[in-house]
Design a binder for this molecule. Structure first.
Ligand code: HEC
Length: 159
């Protein structure tokens, strides 16, 4: 049986070897060139029409659901929350894109990212309001989201 200090040293060496093999200590597990990786596919118009459109997007669907007095439609409230979260994720997606207006310099792009983040956060608040199933809270949150749509369009939408 090795002495105690030697056993500790052996344990440490073994742990280090395991860490090296597992790639621990880097930013994450090592990925080879052939590993699948996220790839940007959508553009701004895709996000607007699929998620944000006032009738057909998730935004329109959430608003329509709330305006129809859903009462205790638990599945509907849950679905509305899922949609609000994906709208928020849309804010993150937009952040990596370049708008057709107000993107000519660093200040413009900083403003764009600030608008994207404010929109994302407003959608997160909408998700919270939906969890309360409370018409007053939801109406306030929808109004706040609409304010983000308008502010961003004024600064960054060309037509
Ligand atoms: C962070 C900025 C930003 C936010 C927030 C935003 N939009 Fe937009 N939106 C844009 C830009 C930029 C365009 C123009 C895209 C282009 O012409 O390429 C656009 C275009 C649109 C279009 C036209 C799409 C088309 O096919 O031409 C609609 C509809 C729209 N937005 C609805 C909304 C609604 C509703 C909201 C809020 C729920 C919203 N947007 C939030 C930036 C934003």
């Amino acid at each position: 049986m090795p002495t105690l200090p030697t056993r500790i040293a052996l344990l440490l060496a073994a742990a280090t070897a395991v860490a090296i093999v597992a790639g621990v200590g880097g930013v994450g597990p090592a990925t080879g060139d052939d590993e699948p990786a996220p790839e940007a596919v959508a553009g701004i118009k895709n996000v607007m029409n699929a998620l944000n459109h006032e009738q057909d997007g998730f935004y329109g669907l959430i608003r329509g659901f709330c305006q129809a007095n859903p009462g205790k439609d638990d599945e509907g409230w849950k679905l509305a929350q899922h949609r609000a979260i994906i709208m928020a994720e849309g804010g993150n997606m937009l952040m990596g894109m370049t708008p057709p207006k107000g993107a000519d310099d660093d200040a413009g792009m900083r403003n764009w990212r600030t608008e994207c983040a404010a929109f994302r956060d407003a959608c997160k608040e909408l998700r919270k309001a939906l969890a309360f199933k409370n018409a007053e809270k939801v109406t306030a949150a929808l109004t706040a989201v609409q304010a983000r749509c308008d502010a961003c369009h004024t600064a960054h939408r060309s037509q």
